[in-house]
Design a binder for this molecule. Structure first.
Ligand code: ADP
Length: 499
């Protein structure tokens, strides 16, 4: 099977979140299963500082964008440690910018134009590179137009007739919404600007377009696949998703243990595994305390968070609990993230007030992200919603007991430590449900009670987590099955259209 994976982010080339981790590691796992797969992404400025070798293929092409012709060219590299090709769509006016989508909190005004260009360029690249393709795997709104172009413009183009599309939703909240006149930039006929296809409440919506036109839709956990069909989590697209409910499924993201494994992680002061974590984590905790300027207190529980400082991540629950608990001086906190200004201010203030107990770094640092996973006792993910979540899986491997809200991929992967799950050996963290600071603090209190008073139980929870296997192998198998199902679906839809 020949697959093209189209995406706007791939680690280590350009990353703002989990999408990049998935698109950097899933193709390698699929290649290992025998699939022929390549990746196509925009040549953002960041790819040049990734340290990966890039080759100019000297292939240039033109794409029509609203009455003008925009030229692009192709670059090539490989996903690290593999022979999976990755092609970059270079167009410096669109992609050589300081950030990927948003600068200083404001979306780039021409995002519709940039990603219309990218989507058309992906389809051009297939022809120019002479790629055999059975299916294009699209990811999130930046690629939402590809299934529409395939269906509307390419369905009868030789070489493209048989190409099926899978659209994976990594985060439904980011939809690529533009004013209606941007429809001109897509080059698609106005007749598709209707409530059943590309229009949503008077605006052009790339996410909806992908959902409507793709042969299959997937999300990144089973629970999120169900949640997004409800008004609570559907971000206004629940009806569209319910309408397409028979082709919606969920596959949990996997972890690339070549990158996220404390036994081999050279970003850590001390490496450790499920046999040696007690000494290993103690050394990493001491190093993290030093790094963040915290007091050297080996027995004080150290609680950590790494991620986007966005409402989605439940930052307000964390901040409120910090405000209540930090004056007691019996907890320490390690926070790494960037995002909304209000959270930057609140967290920076706590860092200033309690320098011995609260280390805050408002930046993007891969190294510190690894060191926090290794150094903290508890990892916090009180998310409002969490399509899949990777950090809780990293935490399991690094022996940082996750405290999570019961939603999306967190609900699918973390089992609350109670008498039964402890006896069964399945407990790997702590789970709360209502999105409120009281419920969060209460559950965190349960975790700390165990940490302080029941060391054997605490270690058993860590061991359970460290021994679990969340590698890509199981999920890659499910993607392969979904690709096959999607091809079948596409071909039967074609056949019924012909009959
Ligand atoms: P999301 O995709 O919603 O941002 P995930 O938990 O799925 O959340 O993935 C987040 C990824 O981004 C993880 O690999 C995490 O370590 C990384 N990350 C997020 N913010 C930062 C940061 N400030 N510094 C380093 N890594 C970060």
């Amino acid at each position: 099977m020949n697959i093209v994976l189209a995406t706007s982010e791939v680690a280590p080339f350009a990353k703002t979140g989990g999408l990049a981790d998935v698109c950097g590691s899933l193709p390698i796992a699929l290649k290992q299963r025998g699939l022929d797969i390549c990746v196509i992404m925009p040549a953002f400025r960041q790819i040049h500082s990734s340290g990966m070798p890039l080759r100019d293929l000297n292939i240039e092409f033109d794409v029509p964008i609203s009455g003008k012709v925009v030229s692009g060219k192709l670059l090539e590299s490989r996903l690290p440690g593999s022979d999976v090709p990755i092609y970059f769509i270079a167009q410096d006016d669109y992609f050589s910018r300081p950030e990927l989508y948003v600068e200083s909190g404001v979306d780039y005004q021409d995002n519709c134009e940039r990603f219309s260009f990218f989507s058309r360029a992906v389809l051009e690249a297939i022809r120019l590179l002479d790629l055999p393709v059975d299916l294009i795997h699209c990811n999130d709104w930046p690629t939402g137009l590809i299934p529409a172009y395939l269906d509307i413009e390419y369905a009868k183009t030789p070489g493209y007739e048989q190409i099926a599309s899978l659209y994976t939703i990594h985060n439904l909240a980011y939809q690529g919404v533009f004013w209606h006149w941007d429809m001109l930039l897509t080059g698609l006929d106005w007749r598709h600007f209707n409530w059943r296809q590309m229009e949503h409440h008077g605006q052009l919506n790339f996410m909806k377009t992908g959902i409507v036109f793709a042969d299959s839709i997937s999300t990144v956990s089973r629970r999120y696949a169900e949640e997004i069909q409800t008004s609570e989590y559907g971000c206004g697209l629940e009806e569209t998703l319910r309408y397409r409910g028979d082709v919606v499924s969920g596959i949990m993201n996997g972890v690339d243990y070549r990158v996220w494994n404390p036994a081999t992680d050279d970003l850590l002061q001390r490496q450790y595994d499920a046999e040696t974590f007690v000494e290993g984590k103690a050394a990493c905790k001491r190093a993290l305390q030093q790094e963040l300027g915290l007091a050297d207190e080996p027995n004080t529980p150290l609680l950590g968070f790494v991620g986007r400082l966005a409402e989605q991540k439940g930052i307000e629950l964390i901040v409120e609990t910090m405000r209540n608990w930090l004056p007691g001086h019996d907890t320490q906190w390690a926070i790494l993230g960037t995002g909304e200004q209000r959270y930057h201010e609140a967290l920076a203030e706590l860092g200033r007030q309690f320098p011995q107990h609260c280390g805050v770094r408002l930046e993007f640092s891969n190294k510190l992200a690894h060191q926090i996973e290794a150094g903290v006792d508890v990892f916090l993910m009180p998310s409002q919603y969490e399509p899949s979540g990777l950090n809780q899986l990293y935490s399991l491997k690094y022996g940082a007991t996750p405290v999570v809200r019961k939603t999306g991929g967190l609900a699918d992967t973390i089992t609350d430590a109670g008498p039964e799950t402890l006896a069964a050996g399945t407990a790997n963290g702590y789970v709360f449900e209502p999105f409120d600071p009281g419920a969060f603090a209460w559950t965190l209190g349960r975790a700390l009670d165990c940490y302080r008073h029941r060391t054997d139980e605490w270690r058993a929870i860590i061991e359970n987590g460290m021994r679990q296997d969340w590698s890509w192998s199981a999920s890659a198998e499910k993607y392969e099955q979904l690709y096959e199902l999607t091809l079948h679906r596409h071909r039967s839809a074609d056949a019924s259209a012909r009959s």
